[in-house]
Design a protein around this ligand. Sequence first.
Ligand code: G6P
Length: 444
Amino acid sequence: MKKKNLKVVTIGGGSSYTPELVEGFIKRHSELPIKELWLVDIEEGREKLEIVGSLAERMVDASGIDCQVFLTTNREEALINADFVTTQIRVGQLDARVLDERIPLSYGMIGQETNGAGGIFKALRTIPVILDIVEDMKKLCPDAWLINFTNPAGMVTEAVMRYGQWEKVIGLCNIPVNAIEEESKMLNESPRNLFFQFAGINHLHWHKIQDNQGVELTDKLLDIMYGGKESKSIVANIKENNLILEQVKNLGMIPCPYHRYYYLTDRMLEEELKDFEENGTRAEKVKKIEEELFNIYKDTNLHVKPQQLAERGGARYSDAACEIINSIYNDKRSIMTVSTKNNGTITDLPYDCVVEVTCFITGKGPVPFNFGNFEPQERGLLQLMKSMELLTEDAAVSGDYGTLLQAFTLNPLITSGFKAKKMMDELLEVHKSYLPNFFDEKEL
Ligand code: G6P
């Protein structure tokens, strides 16, 4: 029989995204009876946890649902008998992201949160912490599902499976959710009348669209998006959406917004460097947005999610997390795109790696729609990036310098050679307190 009173634990509960999560649970409460919502954060995040936690309490009170919000910095206490655990942590907080973005830019390379050298270092800092959380879950809530939306979501989810030996994990990203919403509008259709099939890995996937009669709309959308007037980007953190029409038409699939880093590296770098000189990096901008958001959250009259949260690139993430939980709990079989084990869905990638693909979300977890194989134009980049990811995860766990250098060498956004090695050494040095696997205790 289905359990009636669910316990959900959100690690990184002090995040500015939490109000969206709370809103998502409130609106689904009649089918998803969450009785306890535990928001957990670390000591350094206590102030934010208290501000966003009070807003969460006000939202729950105003909704009248039967649910209690708990705020704690004691992760173990929170995890006892949890049914679902969500992770939205940022190891090193935004200051670490500033360095991930600034340092590569200072070497004339892409500086970005999930791509290039910055993305690799975010994975190195995050993977050991996530594996610790998994160890706690093994002891305290061995039947729980882990829904991870900590970036880089694909690598973090894969590390949980490969090194944490934890199979009940799903990685989540907002890009497919945004694509479905925004591209349906471009086609003047309701998303319900369309079928989107995504395949690839996190922040590097492609998709096709058909109408409900099976008619392909992919080519038509490519023309709308890239054929004439520039279309708006579907995420707040990537400004433009212009790719080279002849190249994308030849792909025959719609690339995700992050492909701009790979298909238009020169333009992206120019834009990033210009922004960097004029306004600082995206992380610095996000710091300002966060300050404003937390000031708004402090208003004790506020008891709904404020509109300004849409300025963050990750909007719609949390709502999707609520839908995954709902779909597992009720075996709803909602169609969603998530990071899950490949199991042969994409024949070009290892059987046991993690891929981001369209799935039914069932009571037993995601069941992917079979995709098959890619053409060489997608396959080349995909296999390269998957190898880069596997090496990064290995390095995060082993702390092996040579393995990390291999990941750097493979990454297409890093110009390999002595400059890359110097940049890697600088990043290792500035992040050393978050990289215990790379340094002896006395070096920290
Ligand atoms: C996107 C991505 C997320 C990322 C976010 C960054 O939409 O899919 O993975 O976290 O943007 O947004 P931010 O506002 O932090 O730059």
